[in-house]
Write a protein that binds this ligand. Structure first.
Ligand code: ZN
Length: 425
């Protein structure tokens, strides 16, 4: 137990080699004035003696003290080299244990803010509010303390299944132009490896080219949505990896075809877009539901609505097509799976099918090897979708992040599984 008032104060402030010279109240913050206990240095340039050049107050955002926002006012010692041949001139003392050079926030407050934003996914504005400071101070701290965590060479090791997935990261400018990015994910572990700008081949190719050859050789499976650019990324950069079409996207494609048929038939039979009493509009959600989730009442209701609103049975066919596409993923045997996908692609292209379903059949035929590869690999972008949801959360709390660098670092802190123990050594 300490009873000396000076020592008590130093204990409360809790910084190494620091004198607490005063504590006062500012309108919004508690003001704590400190100086560093340090001997007179020698000049870094010439090694000679130095002259005292006065002190300068630097105000730093610190952690709240007993629930009150605080500012640490550090009277920084300035030094001057008297040697006329020395280029150093004047400088200000530095102590990274208190605050990084040129920072507006203390080391401990910056690390705390990085943890709040990165680990808990809180918004920068919210954390800034906790510390009673502005948004930029916190964002700068997250970049300063978060970058080493994100760039940590041990953040991810060998990867056996790599996935690429596009995400919309913001809308920019007067026309709300959409800005895309590509997520690179370890789909076996569900870890976000990195985010690159754009959804073309350049970003992911460049990223993969920076990895060592052995690392790339370790990748056995490469998952993708059904998009040409990502296929060519894998064709060029990971030629030996087996490409796997993501199950989620295949089913989504079937759902889209079903939706398109329903809207067209709606328009052809009633001449307007769906209204709440139209049979096809009323069954739109039931159509997209997995068949096994429909109970008998729901199914007979659905069939009744289809009988009323779908005279040529086109919606019904698209509905069946969707269910058959879903059943791809119930097959256990890889050979049966490959045969099934091959047949399905051809069957859906039959002239008796609605044009939207025929197009679905052509897509399935084009991607049949990638779709059937699922039965051997059992990997999917499922984890990627989970990561997408995490990243969407980051975007939502930030009300749309416009700066790509901020978006990348915050997403990687949140979904990239950084080693958080590096933040508090
Ligand atoms: Zn000097």
């Amino acid at each position: 137990m300490e009873h000396d008032p000076t020592r008590m104060c130093e204990l409360l402030v809790g910084l190494p080699d620091v004198n607490v010279n005063g504590v006062g109240e500012w309108p919004h913050w508690l003001r704590i004035e400190i100086t560093r206990r340090a001997g007179r240095p020698v000049c870094e340039g010439c090694g000679g003696g130095v002259h005292d050049h006065g002190r300068r107050d630097v105000v730093l955002v610190d952690l709240p003290v007993f629930g009150r926002p605080a500012r640490l006012v550090w009277a920084k010692q300035r030094w001057r080299c008297p040697n006329p041949d020395c280029e150093v001139g004047t400088w200000t003392e530095l102590d990274e244990r208190i605050a990084p050079a040129r920072a507006a926030i203390t080391d401990r407050a910056g690390r705390w803010a990085t943890f709040q934003v990165g680990r808990h996914g809180r918004s920068v504005a919210e954390v800034a509010d906790d510390l009673g400071c502005d948004w930029h101070t916190i964002m700068d701290a997250v970049i300063w303390f978060g970058t080493p965590l994100v760039d940590d060479p041990h953040r991810f090791g060998d990867v056996t299944a790599l996935g690429l997935d596009e995400t919309l990261f913001c809308r920019q400018g007067r026309w709300r132009r959409r800005c895309w990015s590509t997520q690179i994910v370890d789909v076996a572990r569900g870890q976000l490896l990195d985010i690159v700008a754009g959804r073309d081949t350049a970003g992911p190719c460049g990223w993969l080219a920076e990895r060592p050859q052995e690392w790339r050789d370790g990748i056995r499976w490469a998952t993708l949505d059904l998009s040409g650019p990502y296929r060519s990324v894998f064709d060029t950069m990971l030629p030996d990896a087996v490409q796997v079409a993501d199950a989620f996207h295949v089913v989504k494609l079937a759902n889209t075809a079903l939706d398109e048929v329903r809207r067209r038939v709606q328009n052809e039979t009633l001449g307007h877009r769906g209204r709440k009493d139209d049979p096809l509009y009323r069954c739109r959600r039931k159509l997209l539901m997995a068949d096994e989730r429909l109970d008998d009442t729901a199914r007979s209701k659905l069939l009744g609505l289809l009988a009323a609103g779908d005279p040529k049975g086109e919606v019904r066919m698209a509905w069946h097509a969707k269910e058959v596409v879903r059943s791809i993923y119930t097959i256990d045997d890889p050979e049966l799976g490959a045969e099934f996908v091959e047949r399905l692609g051809q069957d859906l292209q039959d002239e008796s099918c609605p044009p939207e379903v025929q197009r679905l059949g052509r897509t399935i035929t084009t991607w049949r090897h990638q779709i059937a590869a699922w039965h051997r690999s059992r990997v999917s972008n499922g984890p990627t979708e989970a990561i997408n949801n995490l990243v969407k959360r980051v975007k939502r709390v930030a009300f749309g992040i416009v700066n790509f660098r901020n978006y990348r670092i915050r997403s990687l802190l949140y979904a990239g599984k950084p080693n958080w123990s590096l933040l508090n050594p």
